[in-house]
Ligand binder design. Structure first.
Ligand code: GRF
Length: 192
C-alpha cells in the first residue's frame, strides 16, 4: 500500500508510521511526503529517511489551500502512485480538488475525542474546558474542520496538574499507536 503524507509540523506521526513499517506491523510504504511549509521538520525527517519530499506552493496564502495548489498536490500524489493519503499535522483545509481525486481515501489524525474540541490546539481547549478525559481520533476527511466519519479513537486521562503541553504529550503517545492501527483497518476494508 502506497501512502502519501501531508504535514506542516514536526512529523512525529509520520515517524510513527515509518517505525510501524520498519517493525513489520504496517504493510505499506511512504511514497511521498508533502508540506506547505518548506521549513517544517517533517521534510527533514522524511529526507533523512530517504523518502521523496515536496513543497506545496500555496501562492503566499497563510492559511488558505488554493484550488490550484490542491490540484497540484493531487497530481503529485497520483504520479507517485499513492493509494491512501494521510494528513499528519497538516494545517490547511482540504477541499474538492483533492477530495475528488482521492474519494474516501484521505485520513486525518486529531488530538481530541471528536466531535469534542475540533480545530486548533485541541489539547489546550480540553484543559481550558476542565475536561477529565481527552484523546485522539483518526477520521476520514470530508471538507469540514475535523468533521469526517470517525475510524478509531483512543482515550487518555486529563490530570488536575496537567498543562496543555503535558496533555499534548500524553495524547501524542496514543496518536503514534492509533494511526498505524487505523490505516491497517482502512486498508483491510478497501482491500489494498
Ligand atoms: C498532532 O497532534 C495531530 O493530532 C495534529 O497535529 C499534530 C501533529 O504532530 N493534527 P506531528 O507533526 O505528527 O508531530
Amino acid at each position: 500500500m502506497r501512502l502519501g503524507i501531508l504535514g506542516s509540523g514536526s512529523g512525529s506521526n509520520m515517524q510513527a508510521l515509518l517505525d510501524a513499517i520498519a517493525a513489520g506491523s504496517l504493510d505499506a510504504e511512504i511514497a511521498l511526503v508533502l508540506s506547505d511549509n518548506p521549513d517544517a521538520y517533517i521534510l527533514e525527517r522524511a529526507a533523512k529517511a530517504g523518502l521523496p519530499t515536496g513543497v506545496i506552493d500555496c501562492r503566499g496564502f497563510k492559511t488558505k489551500f488554493p484550488d490550484e495548489a490542491q490540484a497540484e498536490t493531487a497530481a503529485a500524489l497520483k504520479s507517485a502512485g499513492v493509494e491512501l493519503v494521510c494528513l499528519a499535522g497538516f494545517m490547511r483545509l482540504v477541499k474538492a480538488p483533492l477530495l475528488e481525486a482521492f474519494p474516501d481515501r484521505i485520513l486525518n489524525i486529531h488530538p481530541a475525542l471528536l466531535p469534542a474540541y475540533p480545530g486548533l490546539q485541541a489539547w489546550k481547549q480540553a484543559i481550558d474546558d476542565g475536561a477529565t478525559e481527552s484523546g485522539c481520533t483518526v477520521h476520514y476527511v470530508d471538507g469540514g474542520m475535523d468533521t469526517g466519519p470517525v475510524i478509531l479513537q483512543a482515550k487518555v486521562p486529563v490530570f488536575p496538574d496537567d498543562t496543555a503541553e503535558s496533555l499534548h504529550q500524553r495524547i501524542q503517545v496514543e496518536e503514534h499507536r492509533l494511526y498505524p492501527e487505523a490505516i491497517r483497518k482502512v486498508a483491510a476494508e478497501l482491500g489494498i
